[in-house]
Structures are given as C-alpha cells and as structure tokens.
Design a protein. Structure first.
Length: 95
C-alpha cells in the first residue's frame, strides 16, 4: 500500500529547476514524517542532477503544507489570490 507520495520531475526541466506537482499522504498516516522524508529525498535527487532548485505551488488554505515547505527551506517566490509559488534554491545565496 502506498501511504505517501511526492510526484514531480527532475529531467527535462525548465531553467534547470525541478518541479513538484503533488505531495500527498493518506490522512491516517499524516504528521509522522512521510511527506518530509519523501520531500527531502526529492530535493537530494534534484541536487544530484546539478539543478538550481525545486519549485512547487501550494494553496494558501493548506497551512500544514506551507509549514512543511517553509520548515525545510522553501521560500515564497510569488503569491497570487489563492496560491503561493515556493522555490527551494540549492545555492542559498540566490534567495
């Protein structure tokens, strides 16, 4: 059974930036670290490919996800009505 997943791509990237399309965990398995571990693994794979960073979009209502991203080191790149565009740069001087 799959209880948590990170879906994105690290190949065929635009501007050498990996992209995460989806992070999801079954409700009964939340808040025990699955998404955090998978997200860190995704970041490691993107860094290993010498990409500049990773981006993703998050609904402003999803406070749990926002906390996770910001805790890991994602920075807000842009905010629109209901969506926040986050970027994690491997070279922290670019923030």
């Amino acid at each position: 059974m799959i209880v948590s997943a990170v879906v994105g791509y690290v190949e065929y990237t635009q501007d050498d930036m990996a992209h995460i399309s989806l992070i999801a965990t079954l409700e009964e398995y939340r808040k025990i670290g699955f998404a955090h571990k998978l997200l860190i693994e995704f970041l490691n794979r993107a860094k290993h490919r010498n990409l500049t960073g990773v981006d993703l979009f998050c609904n402003k209502m999803n406070k749990t996800a926002m906390y996770l991203y910001e805790n890991i080191g994602f920075c807000i790149f842009e905010q629109k009505r209901e969506v926040i565009h986050y970027i994690y740069y491997f070279d922290k001087e670019r923030e």
